[in-house]
Design a binder for this molecule. Structure first.
Ligand SMILES: Cc1cc2nc3c(=O)[nH]c(=O)nc-3n(C[C@H](O)[C@H](O)[C@H](O)COP(=O)(O)OP(=O)(O)OC[C@H]3O[C@@H](n4cnc5c(N)ncnc54)[C@H](O)[C@@H]3O)c2cc1C
Length: 370
């Protein structure tokens, strides 16, 4: 309820403006930190709320009904950035990097995607070498979010590309380390308030305390992060789809065409009914994945199913919502305009849906069972 009230009173009135400006509302982020919104599933001893995964996805869904970009920031300590530090980090790394993140005092970024290896994480080209007790990092990441606000990035590099996933290690790179270069992409189709772009490492020197886990653990760190990331994308997609249905229902009741509210036309009713059923199915798949993680399972299949289905549902819901709004949906005075642009991106991030379909079919065919 707190998140819903916050969304209604504080986010809804200004989201259109900051989306257009491609800028996060810093005063809102401060208020969210004060209210503990970034604590998520991080244990209380590291500054978090210690939420169970089912509660966590409900909270992410609620915020996404207003702005899934803020929900994405809420998810970072529990997901893409923090989960690897919690699972693989030393006590010192958890206190130094995870705690301020969970308290909302800092933000982080996850640097997985590269210009030439997006979906293929094991194909990372960013290189590291040992230099006495230190490491040297050289390479480029692409489409990395939070370039503007992150104090650090959890990123991945290989000692030798021919080793595949066994050669990959994870590093925590301070955003202000010499040799870290950021180049934001402007004017994105969706996710506009988030600053996303290229992150280049030009011979960045890192101390031994920057290594996350052991050398060679990088692929496992990345998978821990992306599985929780996928759960979060699913919850964000459900929240956005629910907002599409809410707006479409209200609009259909009010819009009079041919002397009738359009809600009286069966074709519009079908759209609303299909949306409602699909959204509930996506919500249940998301909860299924949350339950698997809560039970200590890896949840890989569940994460793929939930992310793939929920993002497809969100995209269909946004398309139908825009149709129901007619020309008004094309105007940015109506939220469905933003939902339409953002929903497409859900089908691409955290692994494109084509790859999730392949993964799910691997489980169905018994090719994969992990
Ligand atoms: C707004 C935004 C924010 C992002 N933020 C981050 C971030 O913070 N950190 C980060 O690391 N990344 C981030 N990304 C990157 C995102 O995770 C990648 O774009 C995504 O994983 C896909 O990689 P790619 O774009 O290189 O697609 P590619 O790997 O080039 O794939 C392109 C297409 O090829 C097809 N394809 C590829 N492989 C297969 C296959 N095996 N089977 C079937 N079809 C296939 C699919 O249709 C896919 O969509 C972000 C992206 C966006 C758009």
């Amino acid at each position: 309820m707190l998140v819903r009230r916050f969304g209604e009173n504080e986010v809804a009135p200004i989201v259109r403006e900051y989306d257009a400006q491609e800028k996060l509302p810093s005063e809102i982020l401060e208020r969210m930190a004060m209210l503990g919104f970034f604590g998520g599933t991080v244990p209380p001893e590291f500054g978090g709320l210690g939420l169970d995964y089912l509660t966590y996805v409900s909270v992410i869904e609620e915020m996404s009904r207003f702005d899934h970009c803020l929900a994405m920031l809420m998810s970072m300590p529990s997901g893409l950035v923090g989960s690897g530090i919690l699972k693989f980090g030393t006590e010192e790394q958890r206190e130094r990097w995870l705690m301020p993140l969970a308290l909302g005092q800092t933000f982080g970024g996850g640097g997985v995607t590269e210009p030439r290896s997006g979906s293929d994480v094991a194909g990372t080209q960013t290189r590291y070498t040992r230099d006495g007790p230190n490491f040297r990092l050289t390479g480029a990441k692409a489409w990395i979010t939070n370039l503007d606000i992150a104090s650090f990035f959890v990123t991945f590099a290989t000692s030798d590309p021919s080793l595949g996933r066994r050669g990959i290690s994870a590093f925590i790179v301070p955003a202000d380390a010499p040799g870290v270069i950021k180049r934001p992409f402007r004017n994105k189709l969706g996710f506009r308030p988030l600053c996303t772009g290229e992150l280049t490492f030009e011979d960045v020197v890192l101390g031994s305390d920057s290594l996350l886990g052991e050398e060679g653990d990088g692929f496992r760190v990345a998978m821990t992060a992306v599985e929780r990331g996928r759960l979060t994308v699913a919850a964000r997609a459900v929240g956005l789809a629910q907002a599409c249905l809410d707006d479409s229902t209200a609009y259909a009741r009010e819009r009079i065409v041919f002397g009738h509210p359009i809600s009286e036309f069966q074709m519009v009713q079908k759209k609303l009914a299909d949306m409602a059923v699909e959204i509930q199915a996506a919500r249940l798949l998301t909860r299924d994945c949350a339950k698997a993680l809560q039970a200590g399972q890896r949840g890989r299949k569940e994460a793929s199913m939930a992310k793939m289905f929920a993002s497809d549902v969100a995209q269909r819901a946004a398309t139908e919502a825009l149709q129901i709004h007619g020309a008004n949906g094309v105007s940015d005075e109506f939220r469905v305009n933003r939902f339409y642009r953002d929903s497409k991106v859900f089908q691409i991030i955290e692994g494109p849906n084509d790859i999730h379909r392949t993964l799910v079919s691997d489980y169905v065919l018994g090719v994969r069972s992990d």
